[in-house]
Design a protein around this ligand. Structure first.
Ligand code: UGA
Length: 437
């Protein structure tokens, strides 16, 4: 199969590289000439474990190329994937489809007959039909089909998620599109990964409903955690006891400082907007959006309690600022709510994050960046674990507590056991949804 992938952002690049690894001939296209030049030199613009090696292997095999020239990329393709950004539109919370529609229009003018135009970007229900209308209007003579193929990658685990998915969702309207899509994903269904083939609208809906449901699940356990603190229960035990019920499942029940990232915040807002537009309000989703903001702010109160109600003059070490481990992404990270509150309150904030510095320097003014967690914690009055990078799971707590000015810990990911923290010489500890000391 010959495939063109428009957009070398997160989803586009990972999908393009993985499709080439399936043995397809893939051309990744982007308007950003600098980015294409870097990709051609083997430089991966995002931090994603394993992506560089996979990219190199397929470039060497001659299956994967990069270009800014869409016309060239579309020569002889069976399918073109649109994987451009759909950010939240300012003002109304809708997904901004400008880039998707612009790509569709260009494809219309340059693609060969018989092409399947696949939307991989997360788009509101009805978008694939609009893509088809746009293409038809721009080039009435083109013989084409559309398909919806939402992506379910997690940052930091993207290659595994792509190669071993729980399912692949494909929305189509014609036999021809169904055949092309099944040929593209053949290496997966031959290994028994389920392909869910639906109509266009259902495929679009699955993506939003799945992400909103996961955001609801996380937010529910976060609210339960707050209540656990009041009644003296331990949310870790509660999650385990709940999750063993097969109908609930153990995943996405880790209480924390609130969900962040490029997907849940954006997609929950977009789903809420779709509900409003169709006069079918998504009330649970709307509430979750608000509750998640409250949860992030609740963390500030926890830190304040540990600092005698005043951040002023306190030295605070923050371990982890990315929205989750194994990424350099800080979009909607809880750190963006919590760290400015510390800085604004007069604390001296020392941040340590294996990948967060590049974006963080711009997003978190007024903090210092320290590469070593022990160095960051030196003479600190408070240690905050905000992102559960592996690097922070096995620090020598005894060494750390000895070098801190006041050994207090806010473990906002429940990485450590309070008993171990106490035994290591810490004098104060708060976690999430459990008893502190
Ligand atoms: C999410 C979905 O998990 C993917 O299936 C989906 O494809 C992707 O969005 C997308 O729409 O592109 P991602 O945002 O990369 O993936 O990250 P997650 O691992 O889902 O984590 C999201 C947030 O929830 C993070 O802030 C994480 O810390 C938080 N989280 C997750 C919890 O607080 N507790 C949990 O139990 C799980």
């Amino acid at each position: 199969m010959k495939i063109a992938m428009i957009g070398t952002g997160y989803v586009g690049l990972v999908s393009g590289v993985c499709f080439s690894d399936f043995g397809h001939e893939v051309v990744c296209v982007d308007k950003d000439a600098g980015k294409i030049a870097r990709l051609e030199q083997g430089e991966v613009p995002i931090y994603e474990p394993g992506l560089d090696r996979l990219m190199e292997r397929n470039v060497e095999a001659g299956r994967l190329t990069f270009t800014t020239d869409l016309g060239k990329a579309l020569q002889g393709v069976d399918a073109v994937f649109i994987a451009v950004g759909t950010p939240t539109r300012r003002g109304d919370g809708h997904a901004d489809l400008t880039y998707v529609m612009a790509a569709a229009e260009e494809v219309a003018k340059l693609a060969p007959n018989g092409v399947v135009i696949v939307t991989k970007s997360t788009v509101p229900v009805g978008t694939n039909r609009k893509v088809a209308e746009t293409v038809r209007a721009a080039n009435p003579d083109l013989d084409f089909d559309v398909a919806s193929n939402p992506e379910f990658l997690r940052e930091g685990a993207a290659i595994d998620d792509f190669m071993k998915p729980d399912r692949v969702v494909v929305g189509v309207e014609s036999e021809r599109a169904a055949k092309v899509m099944s040929d593209i994903y053949r290496p997966l269904y031959l290994r028994d990964f389920p392909i869910v083939t639906t109509d266009l609208e259902s495929a679009e809906m699955i993506k939003y409903a799945a992400n909103a449901f996961l955001a609801i699940k996380i937010t529910f356990i976060n609210e339960v955690a707050a209540l656990c603190e009041k009644v003296g229960a331990d949310v870790k035990q509660v999650s385990r006891g709940m999750g063993l019920d097969g109908r609930i499942g153990p995943k996405f029940l880790h209480a924390g400082p609130g969900y962040g990232g490029s997907c849940f915040p954006k997609d929950t807002k977009a789903l809420a907007r779709i509900g409003q537009e169709y006069a079918s309000p998504m009330r649970i989703t709307e509430t979750v959006i608000d509750v998640n903001e409250d949860i992030k702010r609740r963390m500030i109160g926890k830190l304040k309690d540990l600092c005698g109600d005043d951040f002023n003059g306190k030295r605070v070490a923050v371990l982890g600022v990315t929205f989750k481990p194994n990424t350099d992404d800080m979009r909607d990270a809880p750190a963006l709510t919590i760290v400015p509150a510390l800085v604004g309150g007069g604390a001296e904030v020392r941040v340590c994050d294996p990948q967060g510095k590049r974006e963080g320097e711009r997003l978190l003014p007024g903090v210092s960046w320290i590469a070593d967690p022990y160095e960051a914690a030196k003479d600190a009055d408070l240690l905050v674990i905000l992102t559960e990078w592996n690097e922070f799971r096995a620090v020598d707590l005894e060494v750390m507590s000895r070098t801190m000015r006041r050994a207090a810990m806010a473990d906002l990911r429940n990485v450590y056991d309070p008993e171990d923290v106490s035994a290591a010489g810490f004098e104060a500890y708060v976690g999430i949804g459990r008893n502190g000391f």
